[in-house]
Design a protein around this ligand. Sequence first.
Ligand code: NAI
Length: 357
Amino acid sequence: MFDHPDYDGHEKVLMVEDAASGLKAIIAVHSTALGAAAGGCRLWSYESGVSALGDALRLSRGMSYKNAMANLPMGGGKAVILGPVSADRREAVLEAFGRAVESLDGQYITAEDVGVSVADMKVVSRMTGYVSGLDAAIGKSGGDPSPFTARGVRVGIEAAVKARLGRTDLAGLTVAVQGLGHVGTYLCEELFNLGAKLTVADINPDRVEEVCDRFAATSVSVNDILLQPVDVVAPCALGGAISEDVARRLQASVVAGAANNQLLTPGAGVILGDRGILYAPDYVINAGGIIMVAGEISGNNDEADILAQVDAIGPRLADIFVRAKTENVITNLVADSMAKDKIASAGRAKARHTEAA
Ligand code: NAI
């Protein structure tokens, strides 16, 4: 594992095999320098154990960067359960996963991710308290993080269009939204309410119809959405939307959306930078959901405070854009280096504290 290309000095990687339930899982704790490693659990049918390991290593590092950049007192971790898991085994598998999370004694806090629901997390919570993303109790943080993610993406778009186009409002701004799921739909609502003109696409025609009706959007095919002659492209579907080919052909001035890992390759980021297309680093702009989840974990139920933290995504991105311009470095590399600095300095402070104790 130490030679795996995605291994990045991860603090701990737990491989779990539970013969009784059939659970096979990997829990990767990238860093606890800033606090317990928080990140969701993905259930996916991987081609191989090595590709599952790669996913866990990459995603957990991404969570460290995301949490650090959102100034949250949390490190980064991620779990993957190797699928498929048949319906009759699902409960036993999730319970066994809960026991594995519990064995880490709070170093890792899980939540739902692709392939895992709130109901699944309730099963996991029978075995461990180190779970977030459960239903919100009345007056408490929790529940669907998507509206918070969408709000963060909207303030991020505002910061990006100000930096790139000198615009201070969204009236008449043209935005192409790829993916009209939880976040994409809330984002369309936010943008529509501020006067933006929307072009949208989704592989699910029902989602397209609803969004076009509610927000006066125009639909285009999923193959064309990223290449629209608009001000902003907002990828809100799956990761890897911006390939080098798409980066070369994009017509927008700004790429700013919710999807994780939007750049298919590092080269795609370089091409965007060379063409003067401003890219809002994904893990900075899409942190609204994790900010809400952090409130749930810490027991902060002050919604105004959580929204203020989400809104701080705007100035944070503005700072990244200024640094990128001044230092002549692409925005995603500026964000990576800021995140690494924060984690390294927290790690040094933690080591000093441990020595002193
Ligand atoms: P979702 O599963 O609710 O929505 C995704 C939508 O994209 C679906 O409607 C799907 O039909 C559509 N889609 C899939 N492939 C497509 C394609 N090729 N072209 C157009 N549409 C396509 O997911 P959700 O929660 O809205 O998340 C969207 C993205 O944002 C994901 O990448 C997710 O990892 C990321 N994200 C979500 C957060 C949240 O709070 N839900 C937080 C941070 C990141």
